[in-house]
Write a protein that binds this ligand. Structure first.
Ligand SMILES: [Zn+2]
Length: 437
């Protein structure tokens, strides 16, 4: 009954934000699925996962986990259950009502956690906190039914990275420290530094990093060259978006990343988006994908002349090869050495427009497998490991299907360990114990 009300509400107003139904007190038991728990261990067949409130109460084989009396049973025979996806590199600088709509689009794609890595205006920062309010999804005032969302606020960038972007551009170390304190007062979750050209002078970077340390806010940085990586990592920064592309991956850089406990979100989906959706009209035409694009991005992807120019460009094959050469060996070498490589896509980036919410995160997982990760490792990268990067904790409260963790779940109609492209065969999504669709 509650789900029917939810669906009616959605269809009546088009792509309106999802409304969470009031939680039922009875637990839900998802029974019979093949369970991929996000930790990278082998899947369990014929599982039972019990959800109560916004938490997982128990998860295991049918023989070990009884279905509680009075539970709402979801028959998941022939389906696969995995944790909701986590995207550590998004942007969502839109009017508040539109943000809610794109968050809903992400939820429907099974992305249950997102981090916005800069370019967020101060007035939207409180919205992010509302997505993580206690008893999220309970319909309580102050709680917003959306992916669990984090923000870096404006961030630090000399050039934007697009005209008019909300960023700080401190001219000296004192101003940099004042900007960090401003972000602290806004209660942002993380501080973003773009190490793009033109770069801030080293004393400004050092002041940002040092003041962030003093204020207890972690840093995430955009880096595409080894010198910038070392500059920040030597000052204690561990969380990196993109990867160095000015030199090939070497044993020295791998050893350095290991010794400093660095993590990387290579952000492939954004690089690939400029041709991928033209080459895959069956995905582009999915209504769920259209809902996940900004109007201008939708227009760009619908533009036949632009499509023709992109696909017939003489350097397209070269661009594809360059993307793979600059990222896949890095991903393979780092992940094989135990350096954390996690999902981040640049979805919602203003400069790109055509990196959609939701689907981009699935593409990132798929490309990790193309780069040489096993499907189970790629799924861990997109769930538990990405949650670890965001929370700076080895045991985050979400990202895996284990007793006590948040009930953020993705139920699939086909097995991604057989074919990683099956992660988009979505049956249902649960966020904080509530079914999204
Ligand atoms: Zn970005």
């Amino acid at each position: 009954m509650r789900r029917i009300l939810l669906l009616t509400a959605i269809s009546a107003v088009g792509a309106a934000p999802a409304q969470a139904p009031r939680p039922s007190t009875a637990p839900t038991a998802i029974v019979g699925a093949r369970l991929i728990d996000g930790t990278g261990t082998q899947p369990l067949n014929d599982s039972v996962v019990v959800v109560e409130g916004d938490r997982i109460l128990a998860a295991g084989t049918r023989a070990r986990v009884p279905v509680p009396r009075g539970a709402a049973v979801v028959d998941a025979t022939d389906k696969v259950l995995m944790p909701g996806l986590v995207d550590v590199h998004c942007h969502i600088n839109q009017p508040a009502e539109d943000m809610k709509r794109y968050w809903t689009a992400q939820l429907r794609w099974g992305v249950t956690t997102m981090r916005s890595a800069g370019n967020d205006k101060p007035e939207t920062v409180p919205l992010f906190r509302q997505t993580r309010a206690p008893r999220q999804g309970s319909g309580q005032a102050g709680a917003l039914f959306a992916p669990r969302s984090y923000t870096a606020g404006q961030g630090f960038s000399v050039n934007g990275p697009y005209p008019g972007a909300p960023v700080f551009r401190p001219r000296d170390p004192d101003e940099a420290r004042a900007n960090v304190r401003n972000l602290k007062a806004q209660k942002v979750d993380v501080i973003k530094i773009w190490m793009t050209e033109p770069k801030f002078p080293p004393d400004v970077i050092a002041a940002i990093v040092d003041e962030a340390k003093t204020q207890g806010i972690p840093i995430v940085a955009h880096v595409t060259d080894v010198a910038s990586l070392r500059q920040l990592a030597d000052q204690g920064v561990t969380d990196f978006l993109h990867n160095p592309r000015d030199q090939g991956v070497t044993p020295e850089i791998v050893a350095y990343a290991q010794s400093k406990h660095l993590t990387f979100a290579p952000t492939l989906a954004n690089l690939e988006a400029s041709w991928f959706y033209y080459e895959h009209p069956e995905i582009l035409n999915m209504p769920m994908l259209q809902d996940a694009l900004y109007p201008r991005g939708r227009q760009m992807l619908a533009d036949a002349a632009r499509k023709e120019a992109t696909l017939s460009a003489p350097d397209l094959a070269q661009r594809k090869a360059r993307m793979r050469d600059q990222t896949y060996p890095f991903i393979k070498a780092m992940s094989a050495a135990g350096v954390r490589v996690v999902t981040g896509t640049d979805c919602g980036a203003e400069a790109s427009q055509i990196t959609p919410f939701g689907h981009a995160t699935h593409r990132e997982v798929q490309m990790f497998v193309e780069a040489g990760m096993s499907p189970l490792a790629a799924i861990r990268a997109a769930t538990l490991d990405a949650a670890r990067v965001i929370t700076h904790s080895e045991d985050p409260e979400y990202g895996s299907i284990q007793a006590g963790k948040a009930a953020d779940l993705l139920l699939l109609d086909a097995d991604p360990t057989m074919d990683i492209n099956n992660t988009i065969k979505i049956s249902k999504v649960m966020r904080a114990g509530q079914w999204v669709q």
